[in-house]
Design a protein around this ligand. Structure first.
Ligand code: AMP
Length: 143
């Protein structure tokens, strides 16, 4: 299984914000869309960062409620680890585990074509394990 197949199951919508937006605006987006992170894109659509709920909590912890008016660009992570359609789910898990993050944008030809989260990976793993156990039970029942 690779990232392209994972995206086929979950969809390719990319929810993004521009770097000049405020954290308060991002909180509204995260809440409305029920997600944990947004891609940060410049006016030209290029990926310039990623901002997750962890970044917002950290900013609030450091600066209090005033952080809500901070620009996304001041709080986001600029060095984004990305993957490609052909990245395997195993490689993706390794990226998330070693980088200690739960979201990875998928980039093809310089454009963000999707975002995969740890939730998507776990869902896939659970489905695979269930299918394996069903196959085992069927095999035992036949014997
Ligand atoms: P998360 O676990 O995704 O909520 O993110 C934890 C921290 O890692 C936050 O500071 C994020 O900005 C950062 N982060 C999330 N995804 C990535 C990524 N793909 N590449 C680099 N940093 C990331």
């Amino acid at each position: 299984m690779n990232v392209e197949q994972l995206l086929g199951d979950k969809g390719r919508e990319v929810i993004s914000v521009q770097p000049h937006r405020t954290l308060a605006e991002v909180i509204s987006t995260l809440t409305e869309r029920r997600i944990g992170a947004v891609a940060v894109m410049g006016a030209d659509g290029a990926l310039v960062g990623i901002l997750s709920e962890r970044d917002i909590i950290r900013a609030l912890g450091e600066h209090g409620a005033a952080a809500l008016e901070s620009a996304v660009s001041r709080v986001m992570t600029s060095k984004v680890v990305t993957c490609r359609y052909q990245t395997s789910v195993d490689e993706l898990m390794e990226l998330m585990t070693s980088g200690r993050f739960r979201h990875v944008p998928v980039v093809e030809s310089g454009r963000v074509v999707g975002i995969v989260s740890i939730g998507d990976v776990v869902k896939h793993r659970v489905a695979a394990i269930e299918a394996e156990s069903r196959a085992m039970r069927d095999y035992i029942a036949m014997a």
